[in-house]
Design a protein around this ligand. Structure first.
Ligand SMILES: [Cu+2]
Length: 251
């Protein structure tokens, strides 16, 4: 039946059939056998990401080149390169860099969402699992072009108006994939693709708590797209609670 439908494509020309036949948008989840750690004595790891010194000034994004975008926010839209609230740093990816080798986790089939909303990427920083479907979804009444082509596994497509979406699947782990929009040069979002579930991106309070980890020794990394990466060794005891903080400084 599928073959017949695909053969009729030139007549049907509907995007639903196109995505079903081309295979490009259909998420792939190859067979694999999970090898999961024993979490019976799992411990926790948590902390806070701080910023020391005077953060760079957030500048007003000039959206006057697009009448739809201009003035969409009640307050002036500010740049999001470095967002500090009461000394806490937003948008830091905290993840286990070493210590989980040899494990295999099931695929995550529930999609993550990155929106184009009020002519910005929302969230500004998003972390997903390798092969997790990632929905790019426009909420705006103006066209956006989602350009992740700086990455070898990125792509470049247009979301014409509100409600339009496209699902991507980054098949390999990769950090700091920039998402831009060629139509609106101020638009920038960041995507991190992780091989395992032990990561979190900080919100305004700068706090992080990782999912429960098996006892062991780990290298924890804290990555900010502009301020770089810091690392710390960490010991998680059986049913213990490890705490560690990271401090980024003004450059
Ligand atoms: Cu745009």
């Amino acid at each position: 039946m599928r073959t017949i439908l695909c053969a009729l494509l030139p007549l049907l020309l509907t995007t639903a059939f196109l995505s079903g036949c081309g295979g490009e948008d259909a998420p792939e989840f190859p067979e694999q056998t999970p090898r999961l750690p024993d979490l019976a004595n799992a411990g926790t790891a948590s902390g806070t990401i701080r910023f020391e010194g005077t953060p760079p000034k957030r500048f007003e994004l000039g959206m006057s080149s697009d009448a739809w975008c201009n003035g969409k926010s009640s307050a002036p839209a500010l740049s999001e390169e470095v967002v500090v609230s009461e000394g806490a740093l937003r948008d830091v990816l905290v993840y286990v860099e070493k210590g989980l080798e040899g494990f295999v986790w099931p695929w995550v089939q529930e999609p993550a969402v990155m929106a184009n909303r009020n002519c910005r990427y929302e969230p500004h920083v998003l972390a997903v699992r390798a092969r997790q479907p990632l929905r790019f979804l426009s909420a705006d009444g103006t066209a956006h072009n989602v350009n992740t082509s700086a990455s070898a596994q990125g792509s470049n497509f247009t979301l014409q108006t509100a409600g339009h979406e496209k699902v991507l699947q980054f098949k390999e782990p990769e950090l700091s994939i920039a998402a831009r929009c060629n139509l609106h040069p101020w638009m920038l979002g960041w995507i991190h693709v992780l091989p395992h579930p032990f990561f979190v991106v900080t919100a305004e309070d700068g706090r992080f708590t990782l999912p429960p980890l098996p006892p062991g020794r780990y290298t924890l990394a804290a990555l900010h797209p502009i301020l770089g990466t810091q690392r710390q060794e960490m010991e998680v005891a059986a049913k213990g609670a490890a705490t560690l903080d990271f401090t980024f400084k003004a450059r």
